[in-house]
Design a protein around this ligand. Structure first.
Ligand code: DGL
Length: 271
């Protein structure tokens, strides 16, 4: 029996479990969609990896998501979106629709902040790739982008340090960087950062808009499925969560990112 395309799952991948913040936001706006999540925990963090390495991982993960008949693949990792989106899009071709977590945010700031100064924080891979800067410049909306790599933040959150004094000091140290002076909005350019959004808002005393990319991306996925007439009308199966390296601590941490603990299945893509 040929499955109705609309009932095929959405594939989501990330370097680890941080992308669950995006998956969570998607379940809110698209409750009828089945999700297949892949966290490449064997290779995390992507933020310090080379572009070539991330591209090789991404292609292999897409093979799995295509085998799982995903109608849409979302690269739910800023570092992988920066390093591998163009390649993945070409590789996947017509087998699935490919989205990344950067373009929806760029479109949003283009509409909301023309001629303003905007900040970006993310991993070294994301910031040093200059992808955000190039895309902002292509908008041609006179937006001045100031970016700072904040590599400690993802590891800090994964270790459970958020909403406490340790994370407050680290956040303050990074955001006090003179590069970020005078910004009107700050892009949280990493899947982990929605967890420290409130602390960042507090740091700026709500004078700077703090942009939670997971919500912007989830809204974009919804729009895209509707535009392509590919949105599911009813949930056809349970979500599935795979990781390339399983540890109990990853499974425990899913609670932080997905707001509930999920069962992680070990899927060793690299054996
Ligand atoms: N998921 C990654 C991102 O959004 C952060 C963690 C990593 O470095 O792998 O950039």
């Amino acid at each position: 029996m040929v499955q109705d395309k609309r009932e095929q799952p959405i594939g989501i991948f990330d370097s680890g479990i941080g992308g669950l913040t995006v998956a969570q936001a998607i379940t809110h706006v698209l409750p009828e969609e089945q999700l297949i999540y892949f966290g490449d925990t064997a290779h995390l963090p992507y933020g310090d990896k080379s572009t070539a390495a991330i591209q090789a991982y991404a292609v292999k993960i897409c093979d799995l998501l295509i085998r799982q008949r995903c109608k849409l693949i979302l690269i739910a990792c800023n570092s992988a979106s920066a390093a591998a989106y163009e390649l993945v899009k070409e590789y996947v071709g017509s087998k699935a629709h490919v989205l990344n977590v950067i373009d929806p945010v760029i479109a949003y700031i283009g509409e909301t902040y023309p001629a303003k100064t905007i900040g970006l924080i993310g991993t070294k891979q994301t910031v040093n790739s200059n992808v955000y800067r190039k895309k902002v410049d292509e908008l041609d909306r006179n937006i001045n982008l100031k970016s700072v790599a904040t590599p400690l933040l993802a590891a800090m959150i994964e270790e459970g340090f958020f909403n406490d004094s340790i994370s407050e000091s680290v956040i303050e140290a990074y955001l006090s960087d003179p590069e970020l002076e005078g910004i009107e909005a700050l892009i949280l350019g990493c899947t982990h950062y929605p967890l420290i959004r409130k602390q960042i808002e507090k740091f700026y005393a709500r004078k700077v808009d703090v942009l939670d990319a997971s919500q912007i991306v989830a809204a974009h996925v919804k729009q895209t499925l509707e535009k392509l007439h590919m949105a599911s009308a009813h949930l056809v199966g349970d979500h599935k969560f795979y990781v390339s390296d399983f540890t109990r601590s990853f499974e425990e941490s899913t609670r932080i990112f997905f707001k509930r603990k999920v069962h992680l299945e070990h899927y060793p893509l690299w054996e």
